[in-house]
Ligand binder design. Structure first.
Ligand SMILES: CC(C)(COP(=O)(O)OP(=O)(O)OC[C@H]1O[C@@H](n2cnc3c(N)ncnc32)[C@H](O)[C@@H]1OP(=O)(O)O)[C@@H](O)C(=O)NCCC(=O)NCCS
Length: 180
């Protein structure tokens, strides 16, 4: 249902408000490590700063002009051809297949535009829905960092997931055909 109607694009200044609101939602802040509450003014300054940061790319998935999900590749290393991935969807847009669309588009960008070969991400151990989501998308569990983060009031394990990327013709047409 969602795939044909959703457009993958770079994060724009106009998305910062919706992104900030999503970051403060309970179901999202459970899955991400940022200190909350996240303010709009710091988010706007963050957006200006990242415009000149070549070690990262930030994206939005849009439907009818509205940003319905956010993702990014950070710590991009062109030497190792690796990056770390993040993704989060506002509560209203979770569980409808849109996260899978955004995840695949982000991975295709990593492969086809940046020529990356391995993508890694970190999941807090309590986030079982996210682990299922990544495993279904072909990520494998690489390691567990014990009591690695102070997350929402407790020390928690972080699970490292990775996926090696390999290009197929289907990826090329799916990615470039869905940009406009
Ligand atoms: C994890 C996250 C990014 C997944 O995105 P999503 O849009 O919810 O994911 P999808 O809808 O593609 O898949 C999730 C569920 O919806 C189901 N689903 C997939 N396509 C569907 C569709 N077209 N219609 C209905 N349900 C669908 C999937 O089967 C899956 O079900 P499950 O609960 O059995 O796993 C999102 O839930 C989120 O932002 N969570 C909070 C932040 C977070 O934890 N981020 C990750 C940090 S590591």
């Amino acid at each position: 249902m969602a795939e044909h109607a959703a457009t993958f694009r770079r994060l724009s200044r106009a998305d910062v408000d919706a992104r900030t609101r999503a970051l403060n939602e309970e179901s999202v802040l459970d899955g991400i490590l940022m200190e909350v509450p996240v303010g709009l003014a710091p988010s706007e300054r963050w957006f200006e700063r990242i415009q000149t940061d070549s070690s990262r790319r930030d994206f939005a998935l849009a439907r009818e002009g509205e940003a319905v999900g956010f993702s990014g590749l950070v710590n991009i290393s062109q030497r190792d051809r690796t990056a770390e991935l993040y993704i989060f969807m506002p509560r209203a847009h979770q569980g409808r297949g849109l996260g899978s669309v955004l995840l695949e588009a982000t991975l295709r960008f990593a492969l086809l535009e940046l020529n990356l070969r391995k993508i890694t991400l970190y999941v807090t151990i309590s986030n079982t829905a996210a682990m299922r989501f990544y495993e279904r998308a072909g990520f494998f569990r690489e390691a567990v960092l014990k009591e690695h983060v102070w997350h929402r009031g407790a020390y928690r394990d972080r699970v490292i997931y990775s996926r090696f990327l390999a290009a197929g013709e289907a990826d090329r047409s799916a990615f470039y055909g869905a940009l406009s």
